[in-house]
Ligand binder design. Sequence first.
Ligand code: TTP
Ligand code: MG
Length: 361
Amino acid sequence: MLRVILHCDLDCFFAAVEMRDNPKLRNKPVIIGADPKKGKGRGVVSTCSYEGREFGIHSALPISQAYKLCPHGIYLRPNHKKYKQVSTQVMEIISNYSELFQQVSIDEAYLDISEKCENFQEATQIAESIREEVKDKIGVTLSIGCSSTKSIAKIASDHNKPDGICVVPPEEIKDFLKKMHITKIPGIGKKTKKYFYKEGIRIIGDLMEFSLHQLMKMFGKHGKWIWKVINGRDKRRVKEFDEGRKSISKERTFYEDTKNFDKILEKLEEINEKIHYMLVKEKISYRTITLKIRFEDFETYTRSKSISYPICNKETVLETILELYKEFSDNNKKIRLIGIKLSNFERTPKIKQATLLHYIN
Ligand code: TTP
Ligand code: MG
């Protein structure tokens, strides 16, 4: 069956909202983030307009450095409440195009439109309609990637930014990817690329030389993921959080086994953050928190704690996980993998329109 997935991502989102609401800011380097205090400020850039990016400014850059690169820029503090409202409006429009909708951050969402179109030409028209509707009704632009898998759709949405659409039918995936830098693959970042460089791999085309078996031998689980992405075999579904789901878990393997507590804590915080994004959105609480830990010799343990009432609180999860971790802290072996699982779900019932009307009547 033809699979058609869109990935929609708003362009320089926070900055775009500010430019929409104040025409004087348009076409200027607008930087959203901490107060630069004439170059002495602390904190980082949240985002900046595309004009600002020409000066080398980007998300997460220290605000003091941004100020050095562009002292005449317009620096604004973020207005999260407003961005949240705009995001909700945009997501409502996007989600009207298919029931298979999954928001993954404040400004991005996947949409499975397989049932809504016969081919990629029709898919392009749907993407075009979404782009126009968001621009006309909300006044901000977005970019859309369209392909047969989530990962290629995501790479594609970044390809013709801003205000662009990029369609990659399955037979064109290899050509589309082959000259791109390996960090375009979700999961390969600044920190991990050095492991690939060591093997002489810089562009995705270099990775295409290897079989699944070879990639797994070189990079383990990551190798398998990479093979799936570059061969258009990433089968992850849109709307992973369906009603029947009983638990959520995430785990990470360290590139090098470690005993360094800061590194372990950093991973746990990262996993915890990711898990909670969806749980908070879907209004799901849990009662059981589980730590998973695997040592360098592959010996694996899980330790759980259940609470008598459902919660959804990432601070409590981190505290509990660290408490469970204490049992292993004196272990001399290095850690290979660490993970968190939350289970025993309880969903806050959504008030159905029909029930509400019934009540009013
Ligand atoms: P992104 O979609 O990563 O960035 P963007 O929308 O600003 O730019 P692009 O056109 O490249 O998509 O993130 C969405 C918003 O999230 C962004 O406008 C501000 C916020 N954000 C931060 O506050 N800090 C960060 O480090 C990042 C990456 C984003
Ligand atoms: Mg964006």
